[in-house]
Design a protein around this ligand. Sequence first.
Ligand code: ADP
Ligand code: MG
Length: 271
Amino acid sequence: MTRGRGNGATPLVQLNGVWKTYGTGPGALNALAEIDLDLRQGEFLSLLGPSGCGKSTLLKCVAGLEPISRGTIAVKGRPLAGPPENMGVVFQRDILLDWRTILENVLIVSEFRGRNTKALKERACALLARFGLAGSEERHPWELSGGMRQRASICRALLDDPDLLLMDEPFGALDAMTRDDLNLELARLWQETGKTVLFITHGIQEAVFLSDRVAIMSRNPGRIIEWIDIDLPRPRNLDISETPEFGEYVRLIRHRFTELGVFGGGSPCAT
Ligand SMILES: Nc1ncnc2c1ncn2[C@@H]1O[C@H](COP(=O)(O)OP(=O)(O)O)[C@@H](O)[C@H]1O
Ligand SMILES: [Mg+2]
């Protein structure tokens, strides 16, 4: 199984034999088992798997928000000790604070760190403009659509210009059109900035569209069972999803999940 070694460079993030167990004794649950993963500098890697397979757990472990039970995680070759510097995180729920304006929400982390400069404010405004939110700086989250809120969350994650972006089903709660739109914007951002992205999704099309590689996960316990290189040309636009090559990747991945019983094909009760 390829884990992405081979281009010689030290991976930005490296997981070796990582296990994560919740609880102890007979009720203990292995959310992650024997995870080996290299996230290369500048790559877009998606973790794709059914609900409950440990995707969010893996992301929280990499983010330094959840301790691991066994194995090692290294960032830039150094053992992880708490949240890595220069990391931005976007969650499925946008966790914007309703009583703060959009601009104040984007600036929140730097404010906590005591950095409240004019330059940061200008950067926040530029990011909001880039993500189509010019004119919404002084509005509150409850005045915005789900897509706009998630755009604001992405701006917040990008404020410090992180090398590493961790995204946990950021578009999972959005309607299909808004999701397509944000996929395209994220693909453009990645192309322009060369950031390293660990993206979590249960959307096969989304994973194929965005990624350089897709790690397929199974559950109970959460394992990576296959790596798939997405060898489609870049830059990508939405038309690529109409091509036979794209369809082939989607079919291949869907087939894997059917074999795993995720789509009911493997159910012993199927008639
Ligand atoms: N804090 C927790 N305590 C106990 N069990 C948890 C906790 N977080 C997640 N789990 C369990 O771990 C498994 C993986 O969860 P999660 O990482 O959220 O999966 P996913 O993001 O793929 O849906 C699930 O069975 C879930 O119920
Ligand atoms: Mg999750």
